[in-house]
Design a protein around this ligand. Structure first.
Ligand SMILES: Cc1cc2nc3c(=O)[nH]c(=O)nc-3n(C[C@H](O)[C@H](O)[C@H](O)COP(=O)(O)OP(=O)(O)OC[C@H]3O[C@@H](n4cnc5c(N)ncnc54)[C@H](O)[C@@H]3O)c2cc1C
Length: 450
C-alpha cells in the first residue's frame, strides 16, 4: 500500500544536487513536496558519476558567495566527519574546493529531505509530460510498480538534461555554435596512492604543473588537487584528448579521484551515443590505471577502487527561459535586480572536440548573479528549472553547472515554487522581493539587495 499522496504542491523531478536543495527548500517553505529520482540513491553527478570535490563556494578572492542549504550540507557533513569543509585548491584554479564523502552525502540528503517533510520516490523515471494551456497537468512515471501519473501544482525540472521542459515543449539549445557539447568523463578513484611522494615530485619539478598551482605552499596546506605531470602524459601519448593529468585527493588518505578520461563528439541525450560513451569511458579507465602505475611517482602500488556508475555529463540541453545568462554577464560580475543565487566559479570549457580547457576568470576575482528569469522557462507557466539545464549560453553554463552553483539555484527554485503555490500564480509572476526575502531568511547569499 502506498504512503505517497495523490497530488502534491511541488514535484521535483531529478534528485541531483539541484533537486535535493530544491525539494528541501520547497518543503521548508510550506509546500507538500515530492522528489523523484530514477536511480536508487540521490546525488546525481556527485554520486552516480563520482564528481568530486565540490567547487566552489567562494570567489577567486576568497569571499564566500554560496551559503544557505548548500552550506548546511557542508556543516552537517563536517559534523559527521564526512568533509573537512572548504580547503584551498592547490591546483590554483579556484580559491577553495570542498571534499566530501559521497556515501554519507547519499544518506544525509535523504535525512534532510525527510526532516523537511518531503516525500522521496527512488527507482522512478519521469518518462512523459501531459500539458494543457501551457501548463503541465501531469508527469508520467515509470517504475517497478508500473506506469503512473504524478500531479502537482508546480514542477521543478532538476533532471540535469532538461527532460521535463523538453517534453513539455519549451524551447532549448545544446552545445556551442556547432551544436557540440563539452566532452563526457568517466571518473574513477584509485587507492594505495602515496600522496607524499606526489607532493615531493611537485616541489622538485614545479614547471611540470599548472602555472597557478600552489606548490610553494604545500608544506603549509594539504595537497587537495594536482594538474600537470605534463612530460609523463606527453610521452605516454595515450588516445585520450587531454593535455595533462587532473586528480584530487581524498576522501581517504591514500585515495584520489581522477578526472582525466574524455569522450568527445557524442550527444548525451542520444541513447546510442551515450552507450558508446559509457563503453569508451570504461576502456579509458583501464588504460589510465596502467599508465598511472607505470609512470606517476606515488602510484606504483595504486589501483582502481571505484568507477562511476555512469559517465559524467557536463552539458546537455539548456532550456531557454525568460533571460539567457551569457558569458559577458558572468565575466563582468553582472548584478541583476532579480538575483536568486551567486557564483564565483570561472568559465571552464573543456574543449568539445580537442584537447585542453578554455578558462576565463571573473573580473577582479568577483562573483556574478544568477537572475530568477533564468530559471523560468519560456512557455510552461507552472514549471521552474534548477541545476545545469537552466537558461544560459554555452559559455555561462560552463560555470552555472558546477555543483555549489546548482545547489544554490535549487534552493531558489524550491522557494519560488512554494510561493507560486501560495499565491496561486504562474512561476513568472512570483513576487521577486518576497522570494529574495525567503532566500535570505534561508541564509542564501544574494549579495547586496536593495
Ligand atoms: C566530468 C564532470 C566533472 C565535473 N567536475 C566538477 C567538480 O569538480 N566540482 C563540481 O562542483 N562540479 C563538477 N561538475 C559539475 C556537476 O557535477 C554537475 O553539473 C551537477 O551535478 C549538476 O547538478 P544537477 O542537479 O543539475 O544535475 P545532475 O547532477 O545531473 O542530477 C540530475 C538527477 O536527475 C536524475 N534524472 C535525470 N533524468 C531523470 C528522469 N527523466 N526521471 C527521474 N530522474 C531523472 C538523474 O539520475 C540525476 O540524479 C562536473 C561534472 C562532470 C560531468
Amino acid at each position: 500500500m502506498s504512503n505517497l499522496h495523490k497530488e502534491y504542491d511541488v514535484a521535483v523531478l531529478g534528485g541531483g544536487p539541484a533537486g535535493i536543495t530544491a525539494a528541501i527548500s520547497a518543503a521548508r517553505n510550506g509546500a507538500k513536496t515530492i522528489i523523484i529520482e530514477r536511480y536508487g540513491f540521490l546525488g546525481g553527478m556527485s554520486t552516480a558519476a563520482m564528481v568530486y570535490p565540490w567547487m566552489t563556494f567562494h570567489s577567486a578572492v576568497g569571499e564566500q558567495v554560496i551559503k544557505g542549504i548548500a552550506q548546511e550540507i557542508i556543516d552537517r557533513l563536517m559534523a559527521l566527519g564526512a568533509s573537512p569543509g572548504h580547503l584551498r585548491d592547490t591546483v590554483g584554479f579556484t580559491h577553495t574546493l570542498t571534499p566530501y564523502h559521497p556515501e554519507v552525502y547519499k544518506v544525509l540528503a535523504c535525512d534532510m529531505l525527510e526532516e523537511a517533510g518531503a516525500d522521496i520516490l527512488l527507482h522512478t523515471a519521469a518518462i512523459d509530460v501531459k500539458t494543457k494551456d501551457n501548463r503541465i497537468s501531469g508527469v508520467t512515471l515509470y517504475n517497478k510498480s508500473g506506469i503512473s501519473e504524478l500531479k502537482a501544482k508546480v514542477y521543478i525540472d532538476a533532471t540535469g538534461d532538461g527532460d521535463i521542459a523538453y517534453m513539455a515543449g519549451d524551447p532549448w539549445e545544446k552545445g556551442n555554435i556547432d551544436g557540440k557539447v563539452q566532452p563526457m568523463t568517466m571518473k574513477f578513484r584509485m587507492r594505495g596512492v602515496d600522496l607524499n611522494k606526489v607532493k615531493d615530485y611537485m616541489q622538485n619539478n614545479p614547471s611540470e604543473f599548472y602555472e597557478k598551482s600552489l606548490i610553494s605552499e604545500l608544506d603549509l596546506i594539504p595537497l587537495t588537487g594536482v594538474m600537470g605531470f605534463y612530460s609523463q602524459w606527453k610521452e605516454a601519448d595515450l588516445p585520450i584528448q587531454r593535455d595533462g593529468l587532473l586528480f584530487f585527493s581524498g576522501p581517504n588518505e591514500d585515495e584520489v579521484l581522477v578526472n582525466v578520461t574524455r569522450v568527445s563528439g557524442l550527444d548525451p541525450t542520444n541513447s546510442e551515443e551515450l552507450t558508446k560513451a559509457e563503453i569508451e569511458g570504461r576502456k579509458q579507465v583501464l588504460l589510465l590505471e596502467a599508465f598511472f602505475r607505470k609512470s606517476i611517482p606515488g602510484f606504483e602500488k595504486a589501483s582502481v577502487s571505484a568507477v562511476g556508475a555512469q559517465i559524467g555529463i557536463r552539458e546537455a540541453r539548456r532550456i531557454i527561459g525568460k533571460y539567457v545568462l551569457n558569458g559577458t554577464d558572468v565575466l563582468d560580475g553582472k548584478r541583476f535586480d532579480d538575483v536568486i543565487a551567486r557564483s564565483g566559479y570561472p568559465i571552464d570549457i573543456h574543449n568539445p572536440e580537442g584537447k585542453g580547457v578554455t578558462a576565463n576568470f571573473i573580473r577582479e576575482g568577483g562573483a556574478y548573479d544568477i537572475p530568477y528569469r533564468s530559471i523560468v522557462p519560456m512557455n510552461t507557466t507552472n514549471l521552474l528549472l534548477a541545476g545545469r539545464c537552466i537558461s544560459t549560453t554555452h559559455e555561462a553554463q560552463a560555470t552555472t553547472r558546477l555543483t555549489p552553483s546548482c545547489m544554490a539555484i535549487g534552493q531558489a527554485a524550491g522557494a519560488a515554487a512554494a510561493l507560486a503555490v501560495m499565491h496561486n500564480c504562474a512561476t513568472a509572476e512570483v513576487p521577486i522581493l518576497e522570494l529574495q526575502a525567503r532566500l535570505i531568511e534561508g541564509n542564501a547569499e544574494l549579495g547586496y539587495v536593495d
